[in-house]
Design a protein around this ligand. Structure first.
Ligand SMILES: NC(=O)c1ccc[n+]([C@@H]2O[C@H](COP(=O)([O-])OP(=O)(O)OC[C@H]3O[C@@H](n4cnc5c(N)ncnc54)[C@H](O)[C@@H]3O)[C@@H](O)[C@H]2O)c1
Length: 322
């Protein structure tokens, strides 16, 4: 039975990934420090879906602390590194926090792998690193030197650091650039989650810009499928250093996103128009041909279908009061 470390296993994507890997018969060593970016009880609820699984082991530890992973005694075949501080706007308030939780923590994970002889690494990067590049769809071959937020800077820095460890220590690495992931358990700070909650409470929705901002939303099961296929590719190949977009290649305008949620939730949105926010990119739009070719990535869930599943989940659960 292969053993996979999932950092950030209590988070939105990490909890779905852990569940999937356990279903597929992997042993999962989960790492999380319950970072207070959003409440611990939400993360504990996420973990309730697999905490009792006999193939799951959990370490509550902080990846910012040097050598913190050294307490892991189990054999490890691959690391999926999802832990970190997410979010563009908060990174402008706390750039050093993002440098610590994203760049320093990633260095710590890579050194753990080097010391323990673990060769396979799948890293959570982000569409944010494309900044305001005008050429769309975004391709992995495009220049990404013009970050417009500390968050984007931190993810790009990690991709470069990953290359150093690939070159120096023969680690096989895939940088997976996620494009706005949504679905059940979505982080409460993300727009779809926030907007649905506001609509349900009959409150105003802050719409930044004129509604023409667009995002290439990806349903979480498609992202998870992309991560699992990246792991399988890493297990089957040697001397890998690659970067792939895990998006949907179907950008949705902000105004359409609000309308789709409203239709699905049977609400009438009250929109409050506000200026664009610093750090927000105008659009994201993934060219996914490389991911298709390399790992056989094939996203299946349409935006409308995904929103319906999200609204159903949101309506049925006990919505935590944040
Ligand atoms: N959700 C998206 O749309 C999206 C898009 C692009 C990239 N990403 C990246 O994917 C990854 C997962 O995103 P998510 O939406 O699931 O976020 P999340 O915040 O729900 O999950 C991240 C988890 O990492 C943990 N963590 C943070 N700092 C840690 C530390 N120092 N030590 C140990 N654990 C730590 C947090 O407690 C959290 O449970 C992140 O790296 C994020 O930047 C997400």
């Amino acid at each position: 039975m292969k053993s996979i470390v999932v950092t950030g296993c209590a988070g939105f994507i990490g909890s779905h990934l852990t569940e999937k890997l356990l279903q597929l018969g992997y042993k999962v060593i989960g790492i999380d420090n319950f970072d207070p970016f959003y409440p611990k009880r939400i993360k504990e609820e996420n973990m309730n879906h697999f905490r009792q699984d006999s193939s799951f082991v959990f370490y509550e530890l902080d990846l910012r602390v040097d050598s913190s992973l050294d307490i892991i005694t189990e054999p490890v075949d691959l690391v999926v590194h999802l832990a970190g501080k997410a979010g563009v706007r908060p990174s402008i308030e706390d750039p050093q926090g993002y440098i610590n939780s994203n760049i320093s923590a990633t260095r710590n994970v890579l050194d753990f792998m080097r010391k323990k002889g673990v060769k396979k690494f799948a890293f959570a990067s982000s569409s944010s690193i494309y900044g305001n590049n005008k050429e769309v769809p975004f391709s992995e071959s495009h220049n990404v030197d013009r970050a417009i937020s500390p968050y984007a800077f931190s993810k790009k820095s990690c991709e470069i650091l990953n290359h150093c460890y690939h070159h120096l220590y023969d680690l096989d690495i895939i940088n997976m650039r996620f494009f706005t992931v949504f679905g059940p358990r979505q982080r409460p700070d993300l727009a779809i989650h926030k907007f649905l909650k506001l609509m349900k409470n009959n409150q105003e929705i802050p719409m930044f810009g004129d509604g023409s901002m667009a995002r290439d939303y990806t349903y979480v099961s498609d992202t998870v499928e992309g991560i699992v296929k990246s792991c399988q590719y890493l297990f089957d190949h040697e001397n890998v250093f690659d970067t792939i977009n895990l998006g949907n290649s179907y950008p949705i305008l902000l105004s359409d996103m609000i309308a789709t949620i409203a239709t699905s939730a049977k609400c009438t949105p009250k929109i409050k128009h506000l200026p664009m926010q610093a750090g927000d990119v105008d659009q994201t739009f993934a060219d996914i041909s490389r991911a298709k070719k390399l790992i056989g990535y094939n996203p299946k869930v349409s935006f409308k279908e995904g929103i319906e599943l999200f609204v159903k989940w949101f309506t049925q659960k006990d919505t935590p009061i944040l």
